[in-house]
Design a protein around this ligand. Structure first.
Ligand SMILES: Cc1cc2nc3c(=O)[nH]c(=O)nc-3n(C[C@H](O)[C@H](O)[C@H](O)COP(=O)(O)O)c2cc1C
Length: 336
């Protein structure tokens, strides 16, 4: 593999979603091998002190690299955490030979650019059960479970824990300061969350049970929601599928694998016309995370809560990424 080919692969990998768009990764391409490291200088020390969501984000990047390589005609082998003495070295992706890409490979690769987090209300159209089952099988191939929140009891418990977590976050100055450090008003910013990508209205005023993370808490004028929905319009209630993804273990290998499965699930969902937004507030805090586990009778550890649905007309703009030259270095890979 030459430098040009690796640059294309890393461009795809870095389209991965990451917590607060921190892009907490770096890559080394050396011959036929891509090494993926996490960059602890981009950690969220208050929201994510264990680094779990950072490692999940990097797991998605690993999977996007695999999908891009497969579509470009390379068979791959992934090794997770190859050096126990170097925990930031998360994975190697090795090209093991040629691969004949099929239509499915190409469709998933195209979904890498099409996917982005959609926080706007979805259409009031239910996600078909067989599609959720397909996503379940996609995650299951990584031994990651994906469980839809279906019964009313489960929904009430999940919604309660999300709003409980939001409440904790609103009262946590360090959380708010960290969030503010990753919000971006400059549309050209190469990382962080652009204000255009998050709802201006208070998410609690939406005709939906599902609270998306409130990114502008603190900067919204008290007592009013000027960019909110028209109060006289009849509420159109979205009908998202909300799924919990999780793993039996809760260590770095499990977080990485959950990220890989999340990457595949998001690409499959995008290819099927769905959009998604993570609702991970309830997983940010050990108390709400373990309550979610017991209230939903989950066996294992929840790693991701995802809201899936059909996007309405006005899509949220894509978020930017740092240039590949900032995150990719080359070993003995030929330059052309
Ligand atoms: C582990 C993880 C947790 C996330 N948690 C949330 C969340 O709670 N709320 C939210 O709106 N977006 C969440 N996101 C989405 C990121 O903010 C988003 O991926 C990032 O801003 C880049 O935008 P994009 O997905 O449109 O490319 C999460 C993403 C990851 C990978």
């Amino acid at each position: 593999m030459d430098q040009h080919a690796w640059t294309r692969v890393v461009e795809a990998a870095t389209r991965a979603p990451s917590i607060h768009n921190t892009q907490p990764w770096s890559f080394v391409a050396d011959g036929d091998r891509l090494t993926v490291r996490t960059d602890p200088s981009r950690a969220l020390r208050t929201l994510d002190p264990s680094g779990r969501q950072r490692v999940v984000s990097c797991g998605v990047a690993v999977e996007f690299a695999v999908v891009a390589l497969t579509a470009a005609g390379s068979a791959t082998e992934v090794e997770l955490l190859p050096d126990p003495a170097d925990p930031d070295l998360l994975a190697t992706v090795t090209v093991t030979g040629p691969w004949e890409p099929d239509e499915e490979d190409r469709v998933l690769d195209e979904a890498i650019d099409a996917r982005h987090t959609e926080r706007a209300p979805f259409l009031p159209q239910a996600v078909p059960a067989d599609l959720v089952e397909r996503l379940q099988a996609v995650a299951g191939a990584f031994r990651v479970w994906l469980e839809p929140v279906t019964t009313e009891d489960e929904e009430v418990a999940t919604v309660f824990l999300i709003s409980r977590a939001e409440e904790i976050e609103r009262g946590e100055p360090e959380y708010l300061a960290e969030l503010e450090r990753w919000m971006r008003t400059d549309p050209g910013a190469v990382d962080g969350i652009p204000v255009a990508a998050v709802p201006g209205e208070d998410p609690a005023t939406r005709p939906s049970n599902w609270l998306v993370r409130d990114f502008v808490v603190g900067s919204r004028p008290a007592g009013g929601a000027p960019r909110g929905p028209d109060p006289d319009a009849p509420p159109e209630v979205e009908r998202p599928a909300v799924v919990v993804m999780g793993t039996d273990a809760d260590d770095r290998a499990a977080w990485l694998t959950a990220g890989r499965a999340l990457g595949r699930v998001l690409l499959e969902a995008t290819a099927a016309g769905l959009a998604a937004s993570p609702l991970t507030q309830a997983l940010d805090w050990p108390a709400t995370r373990s309550q979610l586990r017991s209230r939903l009778s989950l066996i294992g550890h929840p790693q991701m809560l995802l809201r899936l649905g059909y996007p309405a007309g006005d899509r949220t703009p894509s978020t930017n990424r740092r240039p590949v030259t900032e995150v990719l270095t080359f070993g003995r890979t030929p330059s052309a």
